[in-house]
Design a protein around this ligand. Structure first.
Ligand code: DQA
Length: 148
């Protein structure tokens, strides 16, 4: 894999570790980033790991990924349920997309059952907490290797 895996995180994930820990766990986003970097290193690759509370910033990073990434892992957080802009950007990226959620949104509120990102995702990883990010890095490597 010559290009990195982009791991993008949406709103309020900066508060991971203190935000509703009974749902999202106590691992912080910095710790998740370190987990992703370590996991990627075992595969001989790297991650670009980012978080924003702003939809347009996420769109800009997805556009950047189009040229600079091999695959996009995205936890869109609440924007997954609302954002056609993220869906369109992900379509335009023309890359494999892995949708990731710490919780299992399908087992929660009705409004979390719909995801625009799912329409363009190759696959989803949900409900495994912070460990889901390691699974996503593994899945990303598999996807790209299978394409090679
Ligand atoms: C989340 C699930 C979303 O429904 C929620 O809005 C989030 C976090 C998750 O990782 O479980 O912010 O994406």
């Amino acid at each position: 894999m010559s290009k990195p895996i982009y791991v993008l995180n949406g709103p309020s994930l900066n508060l991971l570790g203190v935000r509703e820990p009974h749902i999202y766990g106590t691992t912080t986003l910095d710790q998740v980033k370190a987990m992703c970097e370590a996991r990627a290193a075992t595969h001989g690759t790297t991650v670009v790991f980012r978080q924003s509370n702003h939809e347009g910033q996420l769109v800009d990073w997805i556009h950047e990924a189009r040229a600079d990434a091999s695959v996009i892992v995205i936890n869109p957080a609440a924007y997954g349920h609302t954002s056609i802009a993220l869906l369109d950007a992900l379509k335009a990226a023309e890359l494999p997309v892995i949708e990731l959620h710490l919780s299992n949104p399908a087992a929660r509120d009705d409004f979390r059952r719909h995801s625009y990102v799912s329409r363009v995702a190759t696959g989803m990883i949900t409900g495994f907490g912070a460990a889901g990010y390691e699974l996503a890095v593994d899945a990303a490597v598999r996807l790209v290797t299978a394409q090679a």
